[in-house]
Ligand binder design. Structure first.
Ligand code: COA
Length: 313
């Protein structure tokens, strides 16, 4: 089975850093409450002139440079977002224009909430299986600060803006397993979209927490079962960065050392579909990823959706 190997990564976070204390300008909260409940210390918010697409373009440019491929060899470009600037143009088509990428390949966005990057990986693999080109560009980009209710302390302290990108190659020898799913309903997480009367994120925190700590271990076991691998065979678990307590809980439930679960939630908050590619880019920058390593990525969130993929670095 042909799998996906990540060749290069990039990320872009807006310059504006907002601390937990800064959030007190909007809601009755405290640094202590936010840190202990979520692990978040700071998040980045877009300034005027920045957009979901502009963050995505910058992350994509870096990923392409670092992958060292010719854009002519790209077979697809997929944007993953639940906070696109507009219904059209898409993040992906803006990336095509701004980076001058080849025109005759598919460019589109997909929305699967915070699982978007995982959905994107599987869709990308499918596109590459049908393409005569070996590489694809996958970008998670979000400006959640633009869909946040700054009077709702249960949500506005949690989310942040940012983008992460990866260039993947379809490779014969790379391992691959995936799982995707959804159980529809807006009673747990709801994100108002274009023209919505309530264009904000609404979230039932405790229900979301329970959903995550049940689904993430399920996804991990599903991926291991499909691939015939054991927990010990996985070099890194890169989970959606929604809450430090969720990641710690999952590591404990699996009986795995926490160090194998990369975490950067402290700096960025929850950046939805961007959180896993941002994490991958940081890990690459810090030299944590070595060629040939196996990565298990799992996302969950609005939809409700979940998704997981076994990848090779
Ligand atoms: N600062 C201070 N107090 C806050 C607060 C804030 N930012 N947000 C909520 N509170 C208060 C509530 O009003 C409530 O007060 P009350 O007891 O007087 O009514 C109290 O804290 C407990 O609220 P609750 O919602 O039960 O807190 P919690 O322990 O469940 O923590 C979350 C809230 C959101 C941090 C937690 O539920 C969570 O992380 N859930 C998962 C969210 C997630 O992963 N979302 C992303 C999915 S992609």
């Amino acid at each position: 089975m042909k799998g996906l190997k990540i060749l290069g990564t990039g990320r872009c976070l807006p310059d504006k850093v907002v601390t937990n204390d800064d959030m007190r300008a909007f809601v009755d909260t405290s640094d202590e409450w936010i840190r202990t409940r979520t692990g978040i210390q700071t998040r980045h918010f877009c300034a005027e002139g920045e957009s979901t697409a502009s963050l995505g373009v910058k992350a994509a440019r870096l990923a392409l440079e670092r992958a060292g491929i010719s854009p002519e060899d790209l077979g697809a470009c997929v944007g993953c977002t639940c906070s696109a600037d507009s219904a059209a143009p898409t993040v992906a088509s803006t990336i095509q224009r701004d980076l001058g990428l080849p025109k005759h390949i598919p460019y589109f966005d997909l929305n699967a909430g915070c699982s978007g990057f995982l959905y994107g990986l599987h869709v990308t693999r499918g596109l590459l299986l049908q393409s005569d080109k070996p590489y694809a560009l996958l970008v998670g980009a979000e400006t959640l600060s633009r869909v946040m209710n700054f009077q709702d302390r249960g949500t506005c302290v949690i989310f942040g803006d940012g983008a992460g990108a990866v260039v993947v190659k379809l490779e014969e020898e790379a391992p691959y397993a995936y799982t995707l799913g959804a159980e529809g309903g807006d009673d747990v997480i709801y994100i108002g979209g274009y023209g919505s009367k309530e264009p904000y994120i609404h979230m039932e925190g405790q229900k979301t927490f329970r959903f995550a700590v049940e689904m993430v271990p399920w996804c991990i076991h599903e991926l291991l079962g499909q691939s015939g691998l054991k927990l010990e065979d996985i070099d890194w678990f890169v989970l959606h960065q929604a809450n430090k307590r969720i990641i710690d809980h999952v590591a404990k439930k699996l009986g795995m050392p926490g160090e194998r679960f990369y975490q950067n939630i402290a700096h960025y908050g929850n950046t939805s579909a961007a959180s896993i590619p941002i994490a991958l880019d940081e890990m690459a920058e810090q030299g944590l990823l070595k060629r040939g390593q196996k990565l298990l990525c799992v996302g969950f969130g609005a939809g409700l959706t979940w998704g997981g993929a076994l990848l090779e670095w």
